[in-house]
Write a protein that binds this ligand. Structure first.
Ligand code: COA
Length: 226
């Protein structure tokens, strides 16, 4: 099925209603095109290619993740038409790293860590709480899976996102798995790969309260304790 994203280009979905979405769910095969397009559009300025050209690779990675069970650590927010408006992917203990990156650039998980590989919303659906909902899910889910802290990497220039993470309790910190040489090459890689626009990557993290949540069998409905 062709999706709104593919036919409307940068116009994106027209049926946005923040109260009427289907909540968060694990993406399924029929969501992959829509999810890939949302991701490609959300990160368009970090790529040399137009979004449409990046989607097949993203779909391929999603299929690989589906096979190895990593999509259980991904959630998407869809509108009533089933179009993906936002999503997040966590790396938890035992998961492979981000396959959209070369092997040497993938995040090395530390003991007790949950890592946000990516979070994104369709540009027409930003600023309406989807990102916050995804981050909240990530906290609860990661804690329920035994993580004691959660982290992410963000471009320093992405000031809106940095502010959002700070409001959610993340603080800029040094990734102890990376030394100065690693940071230099990460910066160089980011600069070359992302259109020579970005250089400084901030590593941010926050502690997770293990007592704040409980795991449920249906992990898409991780509930806070009352
Ligand atoms: C960052 C992002 C996931 C936030 O999702 P969101 O649904 O817009 O977030 P919320 O609605 O819960 O919160 C809005 C806040 O996000 C921040 N924000 C970051 N980028 C924004 C954007 N393009 N539009 C609106 N708000 C943005 C603002 O600080 C805003 O704060 P405000 O309410 O004071 O204006 C989303 O803007 C996005 O996909 N951006 C492009 C991809 C990206 O940069 N991902 C993060 C990489 S680390």
């Amino acid at each position: 099925m062709m999706h709104l994203y593919a036919t409307q280009g940068s116009q994106g979905p027209t049926t946005w209603d923040p109260t009427a979405g289907s909540g968060l769910s694990i993406p399924e095969e029929h969501d992959f095109e829509s999810l890939a397009m949302m991701k490609a559009i959300a990160f368009a300025e970090k790529s040399w290619n137009p979004p449409r050209r990046n989607t097949p690779e993203i779909v391929g990675i999603l299929r690989k993740y589906a096979k190895i069970g990593k999509l259980g650590h991904c959630r998407v927010y869809k509108d009533n038409d089933g179009q993906v408006l936002g999503g997040i992917q966590l790396q938890l203990e035992g998961d492979c790293g981000d396959h959209s990156l070369p092997e040497g650039m993938r995040h090395e998980l530390r003991h007790g860590e949950a890592y946000v590989e990516w979070i994104a919303c369709h540009p027409d659906a930003t600023g309406r709480g989807i990102g916050s909902q995804l981050l909240k899910w990530a906290d609860l889910f990661a804690a329920s899976r035994g993580a004691s802290f959660i982290s992410l990497d963000v471009m320093k220039k992405n000031e809106g996102a940095v502010k959002l993470y700070e409001r959610k309790g993340y603080v800029v910190t040094v990734n102890k798995n990376e030394d100065a040489v690693d940071r230099f090459f990460t910066g160089l890689f980011v600069w070359a790969l992302m259109g020579c626009k970005y250089w400084t990557v901030l590593h941010m993290q926050k502690a997770l309260e293990l007592t704040e949540c409980e795991a449920t069998d249906d992990d898409s409905k991780v509930q806070p304790l009352r």
